[in-house]
Design a protein around this ligand. Structure first.
Ligand code: GUN
Ligand code: ZN
Length: 440
């Protein structure tokens, strides 16, 4: 290791994944009870036993002692809405009413000077304080909303995937673009931000209901022109939504067929919800390697239904997990997995703590095709890291007095944990929490 660049090392209990626990069982994770992560230039250079690694550090290395806390890769959230940070916890409606009554009202405020900046600052503070270091984010229809998010993310050097929503019908006039302007504005944002530093662009037709065929075609054209951008949209969340989508596109055969027809399915396509899927739709997903995004707190809150993870696995469809703020009710990926566990329990399925922690780190990184960069503590990865204290809450410390092994401790963490268990969050090796919540 070089003597000239600053080296920082974090000491604690290391936990990360090299495989999916569902496939590889115990061999999927790496756990080092007294471990050290060595970081240089924001990149993990080594992760392993502290004893061996400490002796190889140069004299000027800074060692941060986080013992006895857990050190994991930063969490990844595969789907949320920046404009809905002030919609979260809105009472008494299912999807279509909820969009019209609450969401489309709040989203109009992003046209106001300074509002996108306020929401972007709030959102990134909130994500980082919950240990989430990468998120896939819908901004509003206004290009300046994505601009504000990317600017704030670039300032913090976080790796975010985001896009301006495209929406040219079935929404208030103040929230619609056109096929042409949605294309041009998205293209300009891609040219400006995609691959700039750590920022990545997601082409974001909101869902088939709010896009004309002309706009869907424009979104598909963007996806073809920029094949390394993600595509994000929604599908099969709610029965009324599905009926509406199929009515608008009768020739497509089914809802997934609409997106397929316009070239919007594929390995970088992240389709939110996927609850009420037909056999043919599962096949369309599997054949195109499209990612299903499971949003448990949202699906429960909006009464949408239960995501069938076992079916997705059986069909060979990759799954990502997400908060879906503000249909979702928590920024915490731990709390999200606690609700995922319950959604699966209701269907006779299960979710081990290892599988849950894999999902919000390496699992989501793989689903986003970013696992060469994030989601792990393997050397060469970007040093986005969360430090967790499973005893930080009194009820958890009390419960953990009876825990017999790591699996049990981690299950308590996943079931009861939230941002109170986050001791520190690091972005590219720099500590970024506690945040200032400067606008609150
Ligand atoms: N479908 C289309 N837009 C949205 C949204 O903002 N939230 C949710 N949960 N579903 C959607
Ligand atoms: Zn959503």
């Amino acid at each position: 290791m070089s003597e000239t660049t600053a080296i920082r090392a974090l000491r604690g209990r290391l936990l990360w994944f090299v495989d999916d626990p569902h496939d590889a069982g115990e061999a999927a994770h790496r756990y080092v009870a007294d471990g050290l992560i060595v970081i240089e230039g924001g990149i993990v250079r080594a992760a392993g036993e502290a004893g061996a690694l400490l002796s190889s550090l140069p004299a000027n290395a800074e060692v941060v002692d986080h013992r006895p806390h857990l050190i994991m890769p930063g969490f990844i959230d595969a789907h949320l809405h920046m404009p809905q940070t002030q919609v979260i916890a809105s009472y008494g409606a299912q999807l279509m009413d909820w969009l019209n009554r609450y969401t489309f009202v709040e989203e109009q405020k992003l046209a106001q000077q300074g509002h996108p900046e306020k929401l972007a600052t709030f959102l990134l503070d909130e994500l980082l304080s919950h240990g989430t270091t990468t998120a896939v984010i819908y901004c509003s229809v206004h290009p300046q909303s994505a601009e504000a998010l990317f600017r704030e993310s670039e300032r913090r050097n976080t790796r975010m995937v985001a896009g301006k929503v495209m929406m040219d019908r079935n929404a208030p006039d103040a929230l619609t673009d056109t096929a042409a302007s949605g294309y041009a504005d998205s293209k300009a944002l891609i040219e400006r931000w995609h691959g700039k530093g750590r920022q990545l662009y997601a082409i974001s037709p909101r869902f088939a209901v709010t896009s004309t065929p002309q706009q869907m075609e424009a979104a598909g054209r963007l996806a073809a022109e920029y094949p390394d951008c993600h595509v994000q949209t929604h599908i099969n969340e709610n029965r009324a939504e599905i009926a509406f989508a199929n009515e608008l596109y009768p020739e497509a055969g089914d809802y997934a067929g609409i997106y397929q027809r316009y070239g919007l399915l594929g390995p970088r396509s992240l389709l939110g919800h996927c609850i009420h899927m037909t056999d043919r739709e599962w096949r369309r997903f599997a054949e195109s390697d499209t990612v299903a995004v499971f949003c448990p707190t949202s699906n429960l809150f909006l009464g949408s239904g239960l995501f069938d993870w076992a079916r997705a696995r059986a069909e060979g469809v990759p799954v990502a997990v997400a908060t879906d703020i503000g249909g979702g009710t928590s920024y915490s990926m731990l709390r999200t997995m606690s609700e995922a566990y319950k959604v699966l329990q209701l269907q006779g399925q299960s979710l081990s703590a290892f599988a849950a922690l894999h999902a919000i780190t390496r699992g989501n990184a793989r689903a986003l095709k970013l696992d060469h960069l994030i989601g792990s503590l393997e050397p060469g990865r970007e040093a986005d890291i969360v430090v967790l204290d499973p005893t930080a809450q009194r009820a958890m410390a009390h419960r953990l007095e009876t825990a017999r092994d790591l699996a049990e401790e981690l299950f308590v963490l996943v079931t009861l944990g939230d941002e109170r268990n986050v001791v520190a969050t690091y972005v590219m090796g720099e500590r970024v929490t506690p945040t200032q919540n400067s606008l609150l």
